[in-house]
Design a protein around this ligand. Sequence first.
Ligand code: PEP
Ligand code: MG
Length: 617
Amino acid sequence: MIRLGGECASRGIAIGPAHLLEVRVVIAEQRILRSDREAECARLEGAVVAADGQLDRLNLQLDGEHSGEGHDLIEAHRLMLRSPELAGEARRLIADECLAAEWAVSRALAHIRSIFSRLDDAYFRERSGDFEVVGERLLRVLMGLPERRPGAAAPRGGIAVGIDISPLDPFHLHRAEIAGMVSESGGPTSHAAIVARAFGMPYVVGVEGLSSKVRPGATLIVDGTHGEVIVDPDEDVLRAYRLRVDDLRQRTQRLESTRSLPAMTSDGVRIHLAANVETVAGISTALSAGAESIGLFRTEFLYLEREDFPSEQEQYEDAVSALHDAGGIPVTFRTLDLGGDKLPLAMKIPTGPNPALGIRSVRFLLRRPEVLRRQLRALYRAASVGPLRFMFPLVSGVGELKQLRTVCDDVRAELANDRIAHDPATALGVMIETPSAVLTADHLARRCDFLSVGTNDLMQYTFAADRENDAVAHLYQPLHPAVLRTLKSLAGSAQTADVPISICGDMAGDPFLTWILIGLGFRDLSMDPDRIPLVKAVVRGSSLSEAEALTAEALKLETEIEVSDLLESRLGLRFASEMEGFRPRTATSVRQNPIGTALRAGGGRDGLRNAGTRPAV
Ligand code: PEP
Ligand code: MG
């Protein structure tokens, strides 16, 4: 039995056999000289023959196993390999556009993917996965890489283990009914983690040496609540964890019974609890968790798996179905936040050498105004159907906001001119995610209808610590005085401008931080749906006056450790159950081992507060 420490990315416990994810090949754009086209086509043909040979060998191996279905599948893969859509299209791209064979195959695959994604029939839509597998086989041959393990389908109830997990992987793994995930890299605010939470899939990130310690099929326990992975647990540990799973299930049911109760403090202050979602399907989960509105709809997730940008009509229909499923509660759509770690397949976004600091979010949209206009038209139109507002992410200041507003004005004028139903008064918000936006929040507030603080990015840029890089995770501290002062100043700017403000970054859903956030003046918090019952329990069990008093004390402290100790001393026992997995390690143990190992061993990019003592199992 081996215990490995990591960071909590999605709470809960999963137990199952390890399913090792293979690293996908990454293809860079590459072109050839016109004179080399014939040779490149021949190289492609050679790879097709070799890949076909691999399939043939697989077929023979299957003979011994009498697997009729397997034969059918392999025959289908052989047809796909030589199909006009894959090999044919790649050949055409080499001949017509002088693409290198690998890039041509990758482009052909992206095209197939986008066609399949639009099919109505789920069965046929899923067949694009077969093309992916065949395409990957062909690419590996072209690149001289060894053949992938055949039959690598994820086992139902298994635990996906990877070096890194892309934001799209959880969608596929969820579909394959994988129970949990573990990765060597990544962080709790990475988009893969956000999606895992949306699916309620336990996920531990930043587990060093993971791949060398886990063999395929080994029994794994993923404790997403405490940031721990146990490889080959012994019988006692397994039994104890199974009991914990039952216990967690009961506790979740108990918390969910507060669904229809208001989040009101004992001294009568109402806190609005909203949900963050990435898919239309996520809305029903949000409603069952008791969300009062959708405070953040990350629209880009609807379109990450495609080659082209969505049409206005598609976006309109998606927004209308979201509004429909929301059943009358307001939905805040965020405009496409592409770039950074969210790069749509085969879509070329010139992010630059440091994607997090390059062309992403509105910077990208302002470079591609037709993409922005299409989404704005869709949103203004959908706003005539139900309560909708939208916001722009990563705005850096008023100059950028003015440019964005100009596009909004044009779009509204166009819709009015064409007599297309829309709501010209749709509320427009700004996400505060950069230090420059914080320092100009008073100006921004006067020029928009609401503000929403994206603390995930805001902390990344405040600490100059990449949210995807676990090597700098110890710097990413929500209780750092810089964060507290930033939030205090934002609450003040919004109040002075009399503009509503919410928090939609992960801080909002952390029950250990609830007192601080309400104490700083925030009354509107938007979070992953599964956090709503926890935060509600803390709100209902507290008075605003005690939260304000504690916050006043916290604001005088110099380090996040002191703030964390203060919170622990006041809240640790009182909300022991709500804060399980969020509570800090004792101050002494943190001080003895201040950075890195102590935090990581206990499980926390979220730092001290997540570095909880191991459970007694
Ligand atoms: C944030 O940055 O806090 C946020 C809510 O947006 P995302 O996590 O999608 O970047
Ligand atoms: Mg963000």
